[in-house]
Design a protein around this ligand. Structure first.
Ligand SMILES: NC(=O)c1ccc[n+]([C@@H]2O[C@H](COP(=O)([O-])OP(=O)(O)OC[C@H]3O[C@@H](n4cnc5c(N)ncnc54)[C@H](OP(=O)(O)O)[C@@H]3O)[C@@H](O)[C@H]2O)c1
Length: 157
């Protein structure tokens, strides 16, 4: 099964200038703990935004290029989705915008850090989705550097 994990602003903003918008320590910790020992799937832009491979996870990058560095490259996304969507294993989709959009129809869980903030310089956004099709569970609420956030899990009904 596929699970999306993302931190999103009030206007669904997730990225700007090739990087993240919200840098919340507790969100980073939640991301690390949740994805540890799992496969993580990301687009090429997100891969290049990282300082390197994320440790103790299989780093899989969607790209038409033959990059060196990731554990695996996916160049045919449709085939990958067909082969993996029925598995019990939880595979994490970690961004960015183009990858969230392509996986969303096949995704069972969305772990979203909903940040009570906006950024007018945002260039990348989380795709719209119909929340009535999901059951929402609050994982935790917090506040860091004046930013309130809720970590929630949406599970497809
Ligand atoms: N807030 C968050 O939780 C979060 C999480 C992750 C990322 N982000 C942010 O999101 C932004 C990046 O998002 P993005 O949408 O620009 O880029 P992205 O989704 O990370 O990567 C897009 C690239 O992936 C490759 N790709 C995508 N779909 C493909 C397909 N079906 N087949 C082959 N290759 C494919 C393409 O590269 P090629 O065509 O060049 O091969 C495409 O240019 C950054 O600002 C990042 O910091 C935010």
């Amino acid at each position: 099964m596929f699970s999306i994990i993302s931190a999103i602003g009030k206007n669904n903003e997730i990225g700007k200038k090739g990087g993240l918008i919200f840098k919340i320590k507790d969100d980073m910790k939640f991301f690390r703990e949740t994805t540890l020992d799992h496969k993580i799937i990301m687009g090429q832009n997100t891969w290049f935004s990282l300082p390197g491979k994320l440790k103790n996870r299989e780093n899989i990058v969607v790209s038409l290029e033959n990059l060196s560095g990731p554990d695996r490259i996916i160049n045919n996304l449709d085939d990958f989705i067909k082969e993996n969507q029925g598995t019990d294993e939880e595979i994490f989709i970690i961004g960015g915008g183009s990858i969230y959009k392509q996986f969303l129809p096949y995704t069972t869980n969305l772990y979203l850090t909903e940040v009570d903030g906006t950024d007018n310089e945002a260039t990348v956004f989380f795709p719209e989705f119909d929340k009535t099709n999901y059951t929402k569970t609050l994982i935790k609420k917090g506040s860091e550097n004046g930013l309130d956030y809720s970590i929630v899990k949406y599970t497809k009904k």
